[in-house]
Design a protein around this ligand. Sequence first.
Ligand SMILES: [Zn+2]
Length: 504
Amino acid sequence: LYYRLFFLLLTLWTLHPKAQAQSAYWQQQVNTQIAVQLDDVHSMLHGTVHIDYTNNAPDTLRFIYLHIYPNAYANDRTAYAQQAVENGNTRHYFSNEQDRGYIDSLKFVVTNSQLVQKSAGYVITKNIDVIQLILPEPLLPGQRLQIETPFRVKIPKVFSRLGHLNQTYQISQWFPKPAVYDAKGWHPMPYLDQGEFYSEYGSYQVAITLPENYVVMATGNLQESAEQQWLDSLALSYRNHKPIYSPKDTSIIPSASTLKTVTFTEENVHDFAWFAAKNWIVENDTFFLDGIDKPITAYACYSPKHQQAWKYSLDYIQGATRGYSQRVGLYPYRTIKAIEGPLEAGGGMEYPTVTIIAPVRNGETLNTVITHELGHNWFYGILGSNERDYPWMDESVNSYYENKIAPSAFSITGRNNRYNDSYLAYAFAGSANRLEPSDTASEVYSDVNYGLDVYAKTPLLFDWLAAYMGQDQFDAAMKAYFDKWKFKHPQPEDFRTIFAMVFR
Ligand SMILES: [Zn+2]
C-alpha cells in the first residue's frame, strides 16, 4: 500500500509550487580530457588537461576556482599540513623536501564558443592548492568554454591519498580541477586529510603513458584491447597457478624500457583516479545484476604477500555491488575495482568505479572495508553531495548500509559486531560529554569525534530513523532519493524533503 501512496504523493508533490521552484535545479557540466606521462625514475607526472566547462547557472562567471591539490604537500603551512599536525600526525611536517609534492608549470589558455583563444592568468588564494582562474571574458549563462593547461606534478611519498611508495603509485586528487559552483555559490576548499570532496559531474577521457610492465587500475573503462588481453592473461595465469605464486617486492622489478599508453573513459562521474604497480596479483570476473543486460567486470589487485586476506575479494566486490544495488539503486557503471595500496588516509579511499584499500590482516576485515569503500559509489559517486560540509550525507549513510550489507554479502562467521562496536563508541563519547551534532562540518570535528560521530553515532541514528519510519518506508525513501538525485548534488534539505514526503 505504501508504494501506491508513495507514487500518489510523488505526483502531488511535483504539482506543489515549492517543488516546481526546485525543478529549476541546475548544475555545471565539466568534461575532462587528460594526457599524462609517468616518470617513475623521478616520481613526476607530465600532463595536459583540457576542460570543457558549460555554465548552466543563471549567473555570469568572471572567474573559476580550481583545485590544484598536489600543492597540499608543498610545505608545512598548507591547510592539510596544519590539520595533520593538529591531529597528531607529524610525518609530513618533519618530512624531507624531496619527499614532498607539488604541482607547477600551469599555463592556462581559454577558448570561447567563437573559438577565440586567449591566455588566462590566475590568482593563488590564501590556500596554495586553490587558485582563481581569471576568465579573459565573462562566461554568460548557458555558454561554454574550453580551458587548457599543461601541468607537472611531483608525486609525494604517501602521506595521505596522493603518493607513491617506491614504484607503487596512487594518483588521486592530482590534476587542476574546477571547484563546484551551485545554487549556494562557489565551493573552493583546500585539500584536507580529515574532510573530503565536492566535484562537478561530466565525462572523463584519460590517456596514461608509462613503462609497459605496470598494471594500471583507474576510473572507467579501458579502451585498448591489447592491454585488456594482457590483464585477462595475468588473471588467468593466477587462477591456474595460485599456490606457486611467490611474493615479490615492487622495488626489485625493474621498469620496462618500452612505454605504453592506456586510455580510460567514463560518463557521469565527478572524479578520476588511477593506480599503478608492477607486482600486483590481478584477478577479474564478470557478473550480472537483476535489471541490467550487460555484465559488470570486477577487478581485485593486491600484493602477493596479502593473497590470503584477498582470497575471496572478488566475492566481496560482487556482494557489495549487489547489496547496494538492491537496497539503494542499480549500479550504473560497467566496471568495479578494489586495489590494495599503501594508503595513509584511513583504511580505504573511494573514487568512481575504483577504490584503494590499505593493507589488512584478514578476509573479514577486508570484506568490511571493500563493502564500505565500494558503497561510496552510491554515497559520493552517484549521489554527489558536499562531503566536506555534510559528512553525514556520504560517510554516515554509507556506514549504515555497510553495517547491513557487509555481514550478509559474504560472511565467514555470520556475526556482526559492528552495531555493538558503534553503540559502545557512541555511549563512551556520550558518557564523557564529548558528542558533537551530526550535521557538523568535517574539519570542525575533533579527529576522535570525526570517527565517533560520523562513522559510529550517526549510522545508528539512521537505524533509529528506519525503526521510526518502518524499514519499508525508509527503504522506499532512500530509493526515491537515489532516483531523484543520482548524478546530481543533493543538499541536506533535499534528503529531508524526500524522507518527510515518503513518511506517513
Ligand atoms: Zn567512507
